[in-house]
Design a protein around this ligand. Sequence first.
Ligand code: CP
Ligand code: NVA
Length: 329
Amino acid sequence: AAKPRHLMSIGDLSPSEFSALVRNAAARKQDVKSGRVPRLSNGLAGETVAMMFSKRSTRTRVSTEAAVTMLGGHPMFLGKDDIQLGVNESLYDTSVVISSMTSCMVARVGPHSDVTGLAEHSTVPVINALSDDFHPLQTIADFLTIYEAFPSSVSSDNSLNLSGLKVAWVGDSNNVLFDLAIGCVKTGVDIAVASPQGYGIPDHMRKLINSAANGVKSPGKLSETTVPEEAIKNADILVTDTWISMGQEAEKQKRLNAFAGYQITNELATRGGAKNNWKFMHCLPRHPEEVADEVFYSPRSLVFPEAENRLWAAVAALEGFVVNKGVLE
Ligand code: CP
Ligand code: NVA
């Protein structure tokens, strides 16, 4: 049988495929919210989507379960204490067995090699629901949020054309950033990253992000600094994430010290010279140290629409990878 197509990272997608996922997410949202269709297709009727989560989750779990339900399928949540994986059974055996009974595996893991390992041996599509390296479902939702917040156009090759926008990421260089940066490069959005010394983008990841420009007519540019104000200059959107990702709990105090001065506040945005109508995004869950309440709960903040957009991103990814077998456009 032909190998299924998997979603490991936004880097797996051509610019027009990535745009197609974002635009399908927007279309599905519109279909349902306008009341035009009471529910979505029955594309997953009679099918089961296994959700293997080795870490906690609110948005990814709820959005995926709700999306599978909207498509008429059955979401089967398998937390780390529910199955034999990692304790009594290998990744290989688990992947072969679960994929023999289901139509898709959505997996949240630690090392990225765990999700690529699952994919390698799976007979059904595997969707990365967050690994230490990437969070593609978040990036699809983030670009839906950007697409909604900023007037944008679609190029002749059907890609989103968001050229001229600038994102400033102020905080830790992590999984959420890496896929966001790849999405920016592919859609012409410049992204400036400010992280403290020692918390910047690893060399192999910088190469990967920059290589997303291959074949893109006007790719977004990645720049890096340790000075938040430099990144913020002329930015349209300020973005951050927790300074302490899941699995880094032991480094908490060290990280809180290292990131002192990186909290996003109105004062920092003004001092850095963000554009007048700058917006704020965060994948959540949020902690007060990385962004002040005055920003997080302000009219500039897109965080709750961004969270809701995870649902429409999940619908688009399941339709693209499972119902349409990886044919995204
Ligand atoms: N943004 C996100 O992935 O949130 P959860 O960890 O709650 O799924
Ligand atoms: N960077 C965070 C994202 C959570 C959605 C983590 O990996 O814990």
